[in-house]
Design a protein. Sequence first.
Length: 131
Amino acid sequence: TLARGVCATLVMQREGQLGDRVVAVHTGSDRVLATAAEVARGLGARLQVVAAADDEAAALGLEGAAKRWLDEHHVAAEVTRAPSADPVGLARHIQRGGLGLVVAATAGSLAPAGVAETLAEALELPLLLLR
């Protein structure tokens, strides 16, 4: 179950297994980190955080913020940076890691109209989209 007040939609382009990882697309929302950590714990899966921003400096900042949040909440995770926040490139970056459930929010760099939808279409993995 998700935390109280979390509204989410599960998008699956095709049937498949969730795999052994949960990927949090971190664009600045601690809610994504908290939800992904909760889901990973519930599934017994490993957590991977991908910091996604339009430029390197912003991505470094998101990476640092994610690491601080994870440390503060005693959550083990691998943290990486995506080469860009472009939804198609981001989907490719995530899919290189294998099967898994992707958790993202319609906020931050995914907020502009159509960006979250483009990510959902580009992913061949299930996407839990937080609103």
